[in-house]
Design a protein around this ligand. Sequence first.
Ligand SMILES: Nc1nc2c(c(=O)[nH]1)N[C@H]1C(S)=C(S)[C@@H](COP(=O)(O)O)O[C@H]1N2
Ligand SMILES: [Mo]
Length: 254
Amino acid sequence: MKKPNPETLSRRKFITRAGAVGGLLLTGCDTDLYRPPVIRDGLMGVADVLTMASQRLLLSGQPLVQEHDVSEITKNFPVWNQSNPEDEEYQRLRQGNYTDWQLPISGMVNRPTSLSLEDLKRLPRRTQITSHICEQGWSAIAQWTGAPLLNVLEAAGGVTPEARYVLIDAYGGWYEGYDMFDAVHPQTILAYGMNGKELPLGHGAPARLRVERHCGYKQIKFVKSIRVVSNMDGFGRGTGGLNSDFGFHWYAGA
Ligand SMILES: Nc1nc2c(c(=O)[nH]1)N[C@H]1C(S)=C(S)[C@@H](COP(=O)(O)O)O[C@H]1N2
Ligand SMILES: [Mo]
């Protein structure tokens, strides 16, 4: 066999070729399923696509993540980053014990609507004990109770055929985007309960997302509104969420 010539097969060329091969393998599939909404320049982008594509191939059967026993629940689950958004509106809702909280569901849904916390609690409910892995080096286990995001979208008449992403805005300025593949996973829930009690303030009251196959920063707290879209235009800087706008991977599989 001919030895590869280091001048013609540099590392960079190899990686670019790997990206091209990856791209070719994916033609004919629903490629949105295998790549982030915006592909970064250079090697970061190639790595992002290869990581997401390989994970998605492994997850194509929508397997559930491991669920734990109550005995494994972490005693002091940390409160990370924002613990009490300062927005005036949020503070007013909090003082009223969230009875006036309303969650609008708009965009590419058949029947845009708005749900109160009580409405959310009347939807089908799921309880799961899962482990949370923060990208900043800690993990903890908790029990979460909430409405599957699928049922939340169905409460708005379901999504239209062009729908690709679910965008969530939060009080305090956070925003994150998810694709349909993760949005409809059975363990993706809008959680209003933690360890058998109402979701505590610091953990995102009155509702936060649990998207169990992702790491910490995709678990958005203090949910304010949901919008279904076909692309990320106009959502923050357009890369698909606050975290990817600041250079984190959009697809942050745990
Ligand atoms: N709105 C909002 N959501 C957020 C954050 C935040 O600061 N604000 N922090 C994220 C990060 S980095 C992690 S690890 C988890 C922490 O959730 P916890 O405070 O319940 O531990 O929430 C995520 N969701
Ligand atoms: Mo995190």
